[in-house]
Design a protein around this ligand. Structure first.
Ligand code: SAM
Length: 241
């Protein structure tokens, strides 16, 4: 996999993986630089999403690495590295991890594992971020994942949620509705996803979800309050040391 990224002479400077072209399995172009990710709208969205997450991390004055669970193909690894935030990643997909290992150079540490049974000890990370993940699953899956994330965090857990927004309300007014997922057509981990596409949370529902795993809602971070559905809920462990 290292052949996907150019090595610097010293071997230590962050070097970008190859850009452009279609994604072709784990030997192809890194998804960070796929045409989809480099569209203007996506770049603006990524910019604000990353800024929101970085603010939460900085507000918490995190010491040591942040756990990205799951990390996908090395989601935002380049930005984290640039800002001096070390990340450890975990993901169930070996293909995603192969990309994650080449997202930055030297690579962030990544591990293969299931979010419901993480390969880490109790309280190993001070801060965990879970992006674009839990909201896709049913209550029972989320409850187990929350318990496991609460076990592995020493203090904070930042979770991505969708919240009611003007944008969504306008879309509904125009009759837009995302069709349900056909689970028979899904493969791998996607088979475990929820059929109905969007689950909107308010603060009370987030607080209840966290409380069941021993987490208190500390603060809500909105990417664009009311305009965008995306929000990040910062939980703090009730018995944080
Ligand atoms: C939509 S992506 C989100 C990845 C990353 N957080 C991001 O925002 O780009 C979902 C990821 O979850 C991983 N995944 C699915 N089920 C998982 C599980 N049970 N445990 C750990 N990772 C899982 C998939 O392999 C995939 O990389």
């Amino acid at each position: 996999m290292m052949s996907d990224s150019k090595q610097s002479a010293s071997g230590s400077a962050p070097v970008r993986p190859a850009r452009g072209g279609p994604r072709q399995g784990s030997g192809g172009v890194h998804p960070i630089y796929s045409p989809r990710q480099t569209r203007l709208r996506r770049r603006i969205n990524n910019f604000f999403v990353y800024r929101t997450i970085r603010k939460a991390i900085r507000d918490c004055r995190v010491q040591g690495p942040v756990l990205a669970a799951p990390c996908g193909y090395g989601w935002f690894f380049d930005r984290f590295r640039r800002d001096g935030i070390e990340v450890v990643g975990v993901d169930i997909s070996p293909e995603a991890l192969a990309f994650a290992r080449t997202a930055v150079n030297p690579p962030m540490q990544v591990f293969e594992g299931d979010i419901q049974q993480l390969p880490f000890s109790d309280g190993q990370f001070e801060f965990i971020v879970s992006n674009r993940f839990l909201l896709h699953f049913e209550d029972d899956f989320r409850a187990l994942a929350f318990k496991e994330l609460a076990r592995v965090t020493r203090k904070y857990l930042l979770v991505h949620y969708d919240t009611p927004s003007v944008h969504e309300w306008l879309r509904r007014l125009r009759g837009f509705r995302k069709p349900d997922l056909d689970l028979d057509e899904q493969r791998g981990w996607r088979k475990r996803k929820r059929k109905t596409r969007r689950l909107f949370y308010d603060g009370d529902r987030m607080a209840a979800e966290g409380a069941a795993a021993g987490l208190n809602l500390k603060k809500l971070y909105y990417v664009f309050h009311l305009l965008s559905a995306r929000a990040y809920c910062l939980y703090e462990k009730a018995d944080a040391r």
